[in-house]
Design a protein around this ligand. Sequence first.
Ligand SMILES: *[C@@H]1O[C@H](CO)[C@@H](O)[C@H](O)[C@H]1NC(C)=O
Ligand SMILES: *[C@@H]1O[C@H](CO)[C@@H](O)[C@H](O)[C@H]1NC(C)=O
Ligand SMILES: *[C@@H]1O[C@H](CO)[C@@H](O)[C@H](O)[C@H]1NC(C)=O
Length: 550
Amino acid sequence: MLTCLKFVVLLLLLSSRSCDGLQFNDIDEEVELVAQSSRYGSLWPLPQKVQLSDVSFKLTTSSFRIVDAKESSAGPSCSLLQNAYRRYYDYIFENAKKSWQAKGKRTGPSELGELQVWITSADSECDGYPSVTSDESYELTVNQPFAVLKAPKVWGALHGLETFSQLVYKDEFGTKNINQTTISDFPRFAHRGILLDSSRHFLPIKVILANLETMAMNKFNVFHWHIVDDQSFPYLSRTFPQLSQKGAYHPYTHVYTPADVKMVIEFARLRGIRVVPEYDTPGHTQSWGKGQADLLTPCYAGSKPSGAFGPVNPILNTTYDFMTQFFKEISTVFPDAYIHLGGDEVDFTCWKSNPDIQKFMEQQGFGQDYSKLESFYIQKLLNIVSTTNKGYMIWQEVFDNGVKLKPDTVIHVWKGNAQQYKNEMANVTSSGYQTLLSTPWYLNRISYGQDWQGFYKADPQDFKGTEEQKKLVIGGEACLWGEYVDATNLTPRLWPRASAVAERLWSAKDVTDISDAFNRLSAHRCRMVERDIPAEPLFSSYCPHEYKGV
Ligand SMILES: *[C@@H]1O[C@H](CO)[C@@H](O)[C@H](O)[C@H]1NC(C)=O
Ligand SMILES: *[C@@H]1O[C@H](CO)[C@@H](O)[C@H](O)[C@H]1NC(C)=O
Ligand SMILES: *[C@@H]1O[C@H](CO)[C@@H](O)[C@H](O)[C@H]1NC(C)=O
């Protein structure tokens, strides 16, 4: 009750609100804020270097154009850029599509006629895929007679187009304006990901694409597709069609066909986003067992099989034959240099119950240490995947269990409280491995109030370690696990909460001013809404263009 009183006093100053929900303790730690305008406008995530001025230019649908600079190494044949010009023109003018074809009219003195996009390196990478080493930097100068966006590769140009669109605002007469600006920008971390889970609930392609689009607005560059798990196997494999035939929620309506997967990968590529699929084994595989006989371990009740199945059976050669063929397919379907191999939460109960496994343990001299058996399996799996020339990412347990890993393995940290995950980051990096952080960014966990502030404050390099160790942190991922999420609530649950993670992973380390972040994020959220993304509100407020629904 006391807590409640304290907050009534505080909240009365800001807005009228009842005590509803104040029993949730999270609210104690968060500051309630009211949006004002930031000196950085609505830029999100904040670029590394920004110089804004009060000199403003007008943009008109009939004369403004986004064009290739004549010095650019990517000409009209670069469909990735042409596609992006169209997309951003539409965003800038709120889908006034009719005018795109208009020839450049003469522009007035205070008008900005062109944004020239100049890819400066000989290889624009227009037809390539983004990777963890892609150059995403860009420089943007908005001035008369035209604005220039310079980037070594198309990836930086895509980010620069988003930034340019964020600089455009409407004046009181409804005219589009942009201020004279100089920006020099690059990401703090190379890996900025979102994990979506299409196993606990099937996610229609449409919702996946909408989120890739929103990821681009937030400069995220990795879609970690947790595509299968215990609950369902929606991935339609050409080599093993029985897996989805038997393991999907529905064999025709709840599957991702090869064409669907291709579409997701290309849609992502056009937005500078990598698609890293996760095929988690040996645990989290109940759905795999439905379409692939003998893949899972039969559990025993006393001396007889109970009819239940446990993790992948690590003692059969057929298991490894299957994995070899399966990952050969996966490595050709997904162009990214990495596959996420999971390896988390392996339950040993079933393995312990099985007499054949017990015998194998004895033969191998593993004693009663079932994590040695897990390591035995993972080791063989990693060797198989290595032959496909892919790198791998794994959840932290695989490292914790001391499995021998390739030096370029990425260890994904997800467990523990703040102290524990910081220790883990220290441990992983002191062993020389690259790492990704997710622990503080489980966005499927919801609570009353502005929980984005907690996401915003977490910093993946905030642990005890040398400079060398800090460099091994390649970024992080916001995770949206799917037990309570499907297409009905995915987008508002993810945005703008994931935007907080986006800024942490892109902007400079010292960008930590919560109230400035709130001001910019409120405006950024309204921009997402204006672009038809149902991003939820941060607090009591309004947007110039409210979400229209469907
Ligand atoms: C843009 O310029 C106008 C004056 O033309 C000024 O009022 C506004 O604050 C400027 N916006 C930013 C973000 O600098
Ligand atoms: C499984 O493979 C190993 C190594 O190739 C071989 O020694 C063993 O005989 C095989 N087991 C069976 C049951 O085929
Ligand atoms: C780091 O790993 C070692 C070896 O696995 C373990 O003994 C130690 O407790 C770990 N340290 C931390 C801080 O987690």
